[in-house]
Design a protein around this ligand. Structure first.
Ligand code: LLP
Length: 415
C-alpha cells in the first residue's frame, strides 16, 4: 500500500496535490512519499518479530541521502556495493556497524575504507576477493568480518538481466566450491567468518525460489558445522517483488513466516537486503505531455521524461503503470504509446496505454521509486531531474534539478 491517491480526480502525494509540486519544481520530477517508505520498511522489520534480524536497505534502489536518512532514523542497516554508496550512507547519518558490503569487484581502496569505518560484514564473492580482504586487513592491523555469497543455482523466474542466483551468473561462489572457500577463510589470520549470504535475483513474485535457496544454504551450513565453522548470521539478500501491473508478490509477512519456518531453530540472526519492495511504490515520475501526434494508426504522447530519466522500460521491457495527474472526465480516452524526447526507438515509458489527455497535461509513472533516479544518466545532454520528498502536507526538495552548465563541468578543451 502507498500514499499516492486521487482526491476529487487530483493525484495526491500524501496531503499534497502532485500538480502543485510539479508547478513549483518543474518536470520531469521524481516525487517520493516518506510515509510509504516508512510503512514498507516497518512491514519487513515487524514481519520477523522477536527473531534476531537486521533489515539492510539496498542503497542501489534509491541512494538519495534524504531516503537514506529516513532509513537511518528507523534504525535500518544498509546493503552497499561501492565506496560511493558507503560515503552516501555515512553522509546521511547511517550507522557503519550496520553496513553490509556486497559486489563482485571490491577494490583495495574500497575494502580499506570499509575496514576503517568498521562495517558490519563483507559479502565475499570469490576466493580471490577473500585473499585480497585478508591482505588489506593485515596491512591495516584489522580483522575483517566476512560472509561468503553462495550461488545456490536456483531459477528466480524473473527477467534474465536481474536474475543472479544461477550457475551462469557472475555472482557468488557455487555451493560445491563454498565449503572449500570457507575452510580457506578459517585459516586466514585477518578474516573472521561471521555469516553466509545469497541473493538470487530481483522482482521475485513467488516464494518457492527463496525457499529452495534457503534449503541449499542450510545444507551447506550443516556441512560447515561438521568442519567446526559456526555462523552468526544468515543473509538472504533482497529481491522480493512489487506490483507493477497485476503481479501478486508475497507480502513481507508471508515471506518472513516461510523463512522463519525453516530457520527458527537455528540460533542465527537473519539479515535481509530489500530495495525495490521498500522504494518502488514509494515514488512516482511526473512528466509533462509536450505533444500529441499520430503516425498512421499509432497515437503518440510525447512527454518530457526520457529513458535517461527512467531506463527500466527500455532496458528490461518493464511495464510500469502510467496515470493522469488530473483526471479530466470530459476528455475522450485514446490509446497512446507514451514516448520520451531521446533519439532512440527504445525511449518509451509505456506502450498501448489508455489515457484521457491533452497537450500540456501531467502524467505520473507509478512505482518509479526504485531503480529510477538511481539509474538515470545525462544521455542526450539532459540534466538530471529534481527529486522531492513529501512528508504529510509538505513537499521538500531533496535534489535540485541539474543546471545545464553543470553538464560539462568535469570536462575541458585541449590547450
Ligand atoms: N542485494 C544484492 C546483492 C543485490 O544485487 C540487489 C539488487 C539487492 C540486494 C536488492 O534487490 P531488490 O530487493 O531491489 O530486488 N535495475 C533492476 C534491478 C537490479 C537489481 C540488482 N540487485 C531493475 O530496475 O529492475
Amino acid at each position: 500500500m502507498d500514499f499516492f491517491h486521487y482526491q476529487q480526480n487530483q493525484l495526491m502525494a500524501e496531503q499534497v496535490p502532485v500538480k502543485h509540486i510539479a508547478e513549483q519544481f518543474g518536470t520531469p520530477l521524481y516525487i517520493y512519499s516518506r510515509a510509504t517508505l516508512e510503512r514498507h520498511w516497518h512491514a519487513f522489520d515487524k514481519a520477523f518479530g522477536h527473531h534476531p534480524h537486521l533489515i539492510c536497505f539496498a542503497v542501489k534502489s534509491n541512494p538519495n541521502i534524504a531516503i537514506l536518512n529516513v532509513m537511518a532514523k528507523l534504525g535500518s542497516g544498509f546493503d552497499i556495493v561501492s565506496q560511493g554508496e558507503l560515503e552516501r550512507v555515512l553522509a546521511a547519518g547511517g550507522d557503519a556497524s550496520k553496513v553490509i558490503f556486497s559486489g563482485v569487484a571490491k577494490t583495495e581502496a574500497e575494502i580499506a575504507r570499509a575496514l576503517e569505518v568498521g562495517i558490519r560484514c563483507f559479502n565475499v564473492e570469490s576466493e580471490a576477493e577473500l585473499e585480497r580482504i585478508n591482505q588489506v586487513a593485515g596491512k591495516l592491523g584489522k580483522v575483517a568480518p566476512i560472509s561468503l555469497r553462495v550461488n545456490p543455482d536456483v531459477d528466480a523466474h524473473t527477467h534474465p538481466y536481474i536474475s543472479t542466483g544461477l550457475k551462469e551468473n557472475k555472482f557468488g561462489v557455487s555451493v560445491e566450491q563454498a565449503r572449500e572457500v570457507y575452510r580457506r577463510a578459517a585459516q586466514l589470520a585477518h578474516i573472521k567468518i561471521t555469516g553466509m549470504d545469497c541473493h538470487i535475483g530481483s522482482q521475485l513474485t513467488e516464494l518457492q525460489p527463496f525457499l529452495d535457496a534457503t534449503d541449499r544454504v542450510i545444507v551447506l551450513m550443516e556441512q560447515l558445522k561438521a568442519d567446526g565453522i559456526e555462523l552468526e548470521h544468515l543473509d538472504l539478500g533482497g529481491g522480493l517483488g512489487v506490483t507493477y501491473r497485476d503481479e501478486t508478490p508475497p507480502h513481507p509477512t508471508e515471506y518472513a513466516k516461510a523463512l522463519l519456518d525453516k530457520l527458527k531453530d537455528y540460533p542465527l540472526e537473519i539479515i535481509l537486503e530489500p530495495g525495490r519492495a521498500i522504494t518502488a511504490n514509494a515514488g512516482i515520475l511526473v512528466t509533462k505531455v509536450e505533444y500529441l501526434k499520430r503516425n498512421g494508426d499509432i497515437h503518440f504522447a510525447i512527454v518530457d521524461a526520457g529513458m535517461n530519466d527512467m531506463i527500466r522500460p527500455a532496458l528490461y521491457e518493464a511495464y510500469m503503470n502510467i496515470i493522469e495527474v488530473d483526471r479530466n472526465l470530459t476528455r475522450e480516452p485514446q490509446v497512446y504509446n507514451v514516448v520520451g524526447p531521446i533519439c532512440e526507438s527504445s525511449d518509451f515509458l509505456g506502450k498501448q496505454r489508455t489515457l484521457a489527455i491533452a497537450q500540456g497535461d501531467l502524467l505520473a509513472q507509478r512505482s518509479a521509486g526504485a531503480y529510477g533516479a538511481s539509474m538515470s544518466s545525462n544521455y542526450n545532454s539532459r540534466p538530471l531531474t529534481a527529486e522531492v520528498m513529501v512528508d504529510d502536507d509538505k513537499a521538500h526538495l531533496i535534489r535540485r534539478r541539474q543546471n545545464l552548465d553543470e553538464l560539462w563541468q568535469l570536462e575541458s578543451v585541449l590547450p
